[in-house]
Ligand binder design. Structure first.
Ligand code: HEC
Length: 157
C-alpha cells in the first residue's frame, strides 16, 4: 500500500513538471502569394537573371556578371532572398497543398542556395547555370498552380 501511495505521488509530481504544451509559433504575413511574388521573389530573381550570361548590344557582347565585390555581394543577397522565399511560400496562409507545392517550394530553397554559393564564389558560369534551373522552378509551379487569366508567363512580361 505504501508503495502504491509513493508511486501515485511520483506520478502526480511527474504530471506537474511536464513541459507546457508548445504554443503555435506566432507570425504575421505581409501579403498573399501574389504579393510575395511581386514584392519579394520576382525582384530578387530578376536581379539574378540580370547578372548572368551575356546580351548582344549594338556595341557587341556585354557580359552581365558583376565586376565588383559589391556587385557579387548584392547578387548573393538576392539569392538568399530567393531561397528564403521558399519558406514564405510554405507558410500555412500561402501553401496551396502539402504535395507538389511543398516539393517545388523546397526546390526553390535549394536552387536559391546554389545561386548564393555561385555568387559567393564569384562564379559567373555557375550563376548562369543556376539561373536556368531557377527559371524552371518558377515555371513548374506556375504551370500547375496559376489559374485562368493569370496563367501567362510573368517572367517574359
Ligand atoms: C510554389 C509555387 C510558385 C513558385 C515556386 C513561383 N511562383 Fe510565381 N506565382 C505563383 C502563383 C500561385 C501565382 C499567382 C498568384 C495570384 O495571382 O494569386 C504566381 C504569380 C507570379 C507573378 C505575377 C504576380 C502578379 O503581380 O500578378 C510573378 C511575377 C511571379 N509569380 C514570379 C515568379 C518568379 C520569378 C518565380 C521564380 C523565381 C516564381 N514566381 C516562382 C506560384 C509560384
Amino acid at each position: 500500500m505504501r508503495l502504491v501511495c509513493f508511486l501515485t505521488v511520483v506520478l502526480l509530481l511527474g504530471g506537474c513538471t511536464q513541459p507546457e504544451k508548445s504554443k503555435p509559433i506566432p507570425f504575421k504575413t505581409t501579403g498573399d502569394v501574389k504579393h510575395t511574388m511581386q514584392w519579394v521573389l520576382d525582384p530578387a530573381a530578376d536581379h539574378i537573371w540580370d547578372s548572368a550570361g551575356s546580351v548582344i548590344t549594338a556595341e557587341g557582347v556585354e557580359e552581365l556578371a558583376p565586376t565588383t565585390d559589391e556587385g557579387w555581394l548584392a547578387v548573393q543577397h538576392s539569392a538568399v532572398v530567393v531561397a528564403e522565399t521558399g519558406n514564405l511560400l510554405l507558410m500555412p496562409s500561402r501553401a496551396r497543398d502539402d504535395q507538389d507545392w511543398q516539393e517545388i517550394a523546397l526546390g526553390l530553397i535549394d536552387v536559391g542556395m546554389r545561386a548564393a554559393k555561385a555568387a559567393e564564389a564569384k562564379d559567373a558560369d555557375a550563376l548562369f547555370e543556376v539561373g536556368g534551373q531557377l527559371y524552371r522552378v518558377c515555371v513548374s509551379c506556375h504551370t500547375q498552380y496559376m489559374q485562368g487569366d493569370e496563367k501567362r508567363d510573368p517572367l517574359t512580361e
